[in-house]
Design a protein around this ligand. Structure first.
Ligand SMILES: *[C@@H]1O[C@H](CO)[C@@H](O)[C@H](O)[C@H]1NC(C)=O
Ligand SMILES: *[C@@H]1O[C@H](CO)[C@@H](O)[C@H](O)[C@H]1NC(C)=O
Length: 331
């Protein structure tokens, strides 16, 4: 990225030189005008702006990333690819895309959000059009809920006014105050405009552990029955998921009318990860770090990770979450 930018800058500077040279017989005003136009061009080259140069969805890229980098999540992969591709290739969506990702810690919810961002924004998660909110970080004090509400509404409105293709990620959605979630509801609706702003091209991603336990139970039942994990389908999880999500008093989202009003387009379950997925994570992490992927290291590390339930020891307690930091001790 950096190298490309330097190259572009040089390229533009050279063009300025050539142009100034060409325009020498003309008035200074003209040269200055050209200079200003080129100044803007340079600025646009270097500064992320809300246009096709910086925001261009790559469906193949997302597919390749999901296949190569996300492990053990055949259901989530499929839904995400379909949902995001469908939404991004629609020039006139009727509502913003709202995804709700559910599952145990370390199963790839944050990671998938990153893959989506990487394939929409040139700057990926560093894009100024991607916004992450974490309850504990951004909205920690219950007493200030009213301030948070208006602040959050202003942020969403301000950012979508700046760029329709904005993305908002809400981490730890289950710890979010219900009132806060209610306050963003108007933006998720089918409205053409809210206060003169259209939110229909925005993407909202909710991450939560809600429903994680029922996903684990279903996956475990499958495993115990000796069935292939890849045979698991959304329909096996859907009922359980919605029941546990609805009845979970702690998960604020679900008591609001988000579900009643069908504002969430896709519920995406993330399955607990097995030993073999942990080894895949290690191999991928080694590659990402520029190391030679080493099966021995992967096996060793995956063996040292904790698994549950106590008797069967099928699923990694922390999924692939601590792999990156652990790897330093093994290489
Ligand atoms: C889209 O992603 C594919 C696979 O990663 C890559 O080969 C291709 O160059 C990308 N296209 C664009 C326009 O970036
Ligand atoms: C956009 O959102 C960020 C929070 O991610 C906030 O700090 C910023 O003020 C918002 N921008 C506008 C123009 O409202």
């Amino acid at each position: 990225m950096k190298a490309t930018r330097v190259y572009l800058l040089l390229h533009v500077l050279l063009s300025v030189g050539v142009l100034v040279h060409t325009f020498e017989p003309f008035t200074t005003t003209l040269v200055l005008g050209v200079g200003a136009a080129l100044g803007r061009t340079i600025y646009n080259y270097l500064h992320e702006s809300c246009d096709k140069k910086w925001i261009a969805f790559n469906a193949t890229g997302l597919q390749v990333d999901l296949e190569a980098k996300l492990f053990g999540q055949h259901i989530a992969s499929r839904i995400i690819l379909k949902a995001v591709t469908g939404f991004m290739s629609n020039d006139n969506p009727k509502k913003p895309l709202v995804l709700s990702l559910h599952g145990w810690t370390g199963t790839g919810k944050n990671f998938v959000s990153q893959l989506i961002a990487d394939n929409i924004y040139k700057e990926g998660m560093d894009s100024s059009f991607v916004h992450i909110f974490t309850s504990e970080l951004h909205f920690p004090h219950l007493s200030q809920i009213d301030t948070y509400k208006s602040q959050l509404q202003q942020w969403i409105k301000g950012n979508v006014s700046n760029c329709a293709h904005s993305m908002f990620i809400f981490d730890e959605m289950d710890k979010m105050h219900p009132g806060l979630i209610d306050s963003i509801k108007p933006y998720l609706e089918y409205y053409e405009k809210v206060d003169g702003v259209s939110y229909r091209k925005a993407i909202f991603i909710f991450l939560s552990n809600a429903g994680g336990e029922s996903i684990i139970q279903t996956t475990l039942d499958f495993w115990k029955a000796g069935r292939d994990r890849e045979e698991l389908e959304l329909k096996h999880l859907e009922t359980e998921l919605s029941v546990s999500v609805f009845n979970n008093k702690r998960s604020g989202l679900w008591h609001t009318s988000l579900i009643d009003k069908n504002l969430v387009d896709f519920f995406v379950p993330f399955l607990p990860l097995e030993y073999r997925h942990v080894t895949q994570c290690v191999m991928a992490e080694m590659e990402a770090k520029g190391l030679q992927p080493d099966q021995n290291v992967a096996v060793q590390l995956a063996r040292d990770v904790l698994y549950f339930p106590k008797t069967e020891r099928v699923f990694s307690v922390k999924g692939c979450k601590t792999i990156a930091s652990k790897l330093d001790f093994y290489t």
